[in-house]
Write a protein that binds this ligand. Structure first.
Ligand code: FES
Ligand code: FES
Length: 203
């Protein structure tokens, strides 16, 4: 034992205890795949990857994802479509709303592998070139946002709300847009924008 090391009560040095501990810990660090193969208790299966084809905004977008990846993360992190926002990441705020086969869905609550082959519309897919979608135009005209973080989700929900015909009164609009939260409190202007877009669509 080096002179500068203090003996522990059982005569081992502090360093030798650390070294012994590190060796023991390293020995326990069994790769997940090996642990799974041996079927040892508490073994974690390796992440399973899958090839998925999403049809996003009219384009075929093949992507390889782990089975646990949400549609939201696939859109943002793998396909670079960052218009769809991540707010709560647990289905409570509506910031991540997209349309799947025309129905609104919170994309943080569905897995990319579950949407294989399905048509997805994000906020990037609404405008036709320079021409904004009527709902987007109404949001701008009515000043229906401040920070804008909730806005893509609000707009996607509003597009569906108009399409569904849930716009017969302001109360009905409020009820059917209630899954989309706005921390800036733009609710009155959002209702105005949805009412305008509904009128324009002849609803
Ligand atoms: Fe999906 Fe909030 S981020 S509902
Ligand atoms: Fe800021 Fe809605 S505009 S959260």
């Amino acid at each position: 034992m080096p002179d500068n090391e203090q003996p522990t009560v059982d005569g081992q040095s502090r360093r030798s205890v650390f070294v012994a501990g590190a060796v023991t810990t390293a020995g326990m660090a069994v790769p997940r795949s090996a642990a799974a193969a041996t079927g040892s208790p508490g073994a974690v299966s390796p992440a399973v990857e899958a090839d998925v084809t999403l049809f996003v905004n009219g384009r075929k977008r093949p992507v390889r994802v782990e089975a646990r990846v949400t549609l939201l993360d696939a859109l943002r992190e793998r396909l670079g479509l960052t218009g769809t926002k991540k707010g709560c990441d647990r289905g409570e705020c509506g910031a991540c709303t997209v349309l799947i086969e025309g129905e609104r869905v919170t994309s943080c609550m569905t897995l990319a592998v579950m949407e294989d082959g399905r048509a997805i519309t994000t906020v990037e897919g609404l405008a036709r070139g320079e021409e904004l979608h009527p709902v987007q135009a109404a949001f701008i005209r009515r000043d229906a946002f401040q920070c804008g973080f909730c806005t893509p989700g609000q707009i996607m929900s509003a597009v569906a709300c108009v399409e569904e015909g849930h716009t017969r009164s302001d109360d009905e609009i409020r009820e059917w847009m209630s899954g989309n939260l706005c921390r800036c409190g733009c609710y009155p202007n959002i209702v105005d924008a949805v009412r305008d877009a509904a009128k324009e669509a002849g609803r």
